[in-house]
Write a protein that binds this ligand. Structure first.
Ligand code: ATP
Length: 222
């Protein structure tokens, strides 16, 4: 059985925070590949403030080109209207050519808003989640995260989740597991990259050099 991670986001632009955490997830969960899936019109963001879909797609292509376990999908860009993960997951399930287990990869910040997503309850029945957390300043912080997730799942998704410390995941009799995984803390965000670019400053070592060159040549985020 193949194992594929689906990593959605705005990727405006892709940066080393995305790439390094995807790499760590891939290694920890022995995934055969991770597919980066840029969202067309991010349902939670102002459409006009986001770079062209084709540009975001191209930057991901460049960023993953040397790493065969990473790929990019334009499925959400081809669909008309806003991108919804439920449609994307169903698309991947319907078009798989060999037995494949899919995982949805998502940051804790985005995960805690998942109860606003289309058909979110169905999503929990369909796919396991890998929720990426980042190390806090103290042990208390990580305990807080586990507690916050536990409360969130039971209050907003479905009662009956319990934590299995052996697998570091939340289990539920009707839903797929929700894994929690701590990735290296990298204080990089697309917002930071756009802000530096706007000020004319370099983004070197925050995103791949090819991405920086592309941003310059296309005059993005100015
Ligand atoms: P923005 O600054 O525009 O909000 P972003 O850098 O958070 O963007 P997104 O495309 O919104 O990037 O993120 C896609 C996914 O990647 C989200 O689930 C988010 O939590 C995760 N992510 C973003 N930055 C990092 C990082 N530095 N380390 C680990 N995960 C990250």
């Amino acid at each position: 059985m193949k194992r594929t991670g689906l990593f959605g986001g705005t990727f405006d632009p892709i940066h080393f925070g995305h790439l390094r955490s995807a790499y760590e997830v891939q290694a920890r969960f022995s995934l055969d590949r991770i597919c980066f899936i840029p969202a067309a019109v991010p349902p939670h963001k102002e459409p006009s403030s986001v770079a062209d879909a084709e540009d975001r797609l191209e930057m991901i292509r460049m960023a993953v080109s040397d790493y065969p376990q990473f790929c990019v999908s334009d499925v959400e860009l081809k669909r008309s209207g806003p991108s919804y993960s439920i449609d994307t997951v169903k698309h991947f399930m319907a078009t798989r050519t060999e037995p494949t287990l899919f995982y949805l990869i998502i940051g804790l910040d985005a995960f805690l808003e998942i109860n606003t997503w289309k058909s979110f309850k169905e999503l929990f029945r369909l796919v396991p989640f890998i929720v990426m957390t980042r190390p806090g300043l103290s042990c208390r912080d990580s305990g807080d995260k586990v507690a916050a997730l536990y409360n969130f799942l039971n209050a907003e998704i479905s009662g009956g989740y319990s934590f299995s410390s052996q697998d570091s995941c939340y289990i539920h009799e009707a839903n797929q597991p929700v894994y929690v995984f701590e990735v290296s803390r990298m204080d990089i965000s697309s917002t930071k990259i756009r802000e530096l670019t706007e000020k004319g400053e370099s983004i070197c070592f925050l995103a791949p050099a090819k991405v920086e060159l592309f941003i310059k040549s296309r005059g993005l985020y100015r």
